[in-house]
Design a binder for this molecule. Structure first.
Ligand SMILES: C[S@@+](CC[C@H](N)C(=O)[O-])C[C@H]1O[C@@H](n2cnc3c(N)ncnc32)[C@H](O)[C@@H]1O
Length: 218
């Protein structure tokens, strides 16, 4: 299922995806990420949702120092890199096919010292979840990962597995189609969800979610 029509430089707004790199400044650091749309598609370009997520993290709205953080669908790794710079112990994940590209970007942007607590690993939503500690993270991050209806249930299963009642989930979302709001309805069955920020310029919504307590027996 396509996210948007991808014809090279067909729209000015898409042309940035065809640049071979993208540069940012977050947490007093220059970050330069390689992009390769032709080779890897959506996983190898930086999406606005990632930028909005980084701006939010930079504001210090969530505690990152020393926290166990996992990023889902990391793509080029911008969010995970910024979380690591801000002191988190980050596990940066994506599908297997995206990992080499992701690793190269992380390596290019983090000193050995900052890289040391960073783990890069494969996580295809809903699959092999037993490789990740149940409820083992303080914060779960996802930028522009709500766009494939076929993956919604698997993504929610993944969040349920990774989260304890105390885990905070932050999702930066571009709401493109009605089905994207369906995801939020599904999520609300298991999580308390609130919108904490809206970036008008980029049209990105930031949602914070916490797992609802599981009801006892009777
Ligand atoms: C639109 S891109 C967003 C990338 C990055 N988070 C950003 O905002 O720049 C969606 C990401 O989700 C990943 N993805 C898609 N389906 C997935 C799945 N079933 N399991 C894990 N990752 C998936 C893609 O590989 C891609 O990196």
């Amino acid at each position: 299922m396509a996210l948007v029509p991808y014809v090279q430089n067909s729209l000015p707004v898409l042309s940035k995806f065809h640049n071979s790199s993208a540069q940012f400044r977050f947490a007093d650091r220059n970050i330069r990420l390689a992009q390769d749309w032709k080779k890897l598609g959506v996983a190898a370009v930086v999406w606005d949702a990632a930028v909005v997520m980084c701006l939010y993290l930079e504001l210090g709205k969530v505690e990152l120092k020393g926290k166990r953080v996992i990023e889902l669908g990391a793509g080029t790794g911008l969010v995970g890199i910024v979380a690591a710079v801000l002191g988190a112990h980050v596990t940066i994940t994506d599908r297997q096919a995206a990992l080499d590209f992701l690793s190269a970007n992380v390596e290019a942007n983090l000193s050995p010292e900052l890289r040391q607590p960073v783990v890069i690993s494969e996580l295809t939503w809903g699959e092999g979840l037993e490789r990740y500690p149940a409820g083992g993270f303080d914060l779960v991050l996802g930028a522009d990962i709500v766009y494939l209806e076929d993956t919604f249930q698997a993504l929610i299963r993944t969040l349920e597995h990774l989260c304890s009642d105390a885990t905070v989930v932050l999702l930066a979302c571009k709401i493109r189609y009605e089905r994207d709001t369906n995801f939020l309805s599904l999520l609300r069955r298991r999580f308390d969800v609130e919108e904490v920020h809206y970036d008008e310029e980029r049209d990105i919504h930031l949602y914070k979610a916490r797992k609802l307590p599981t009801r006892g027996g009777l």
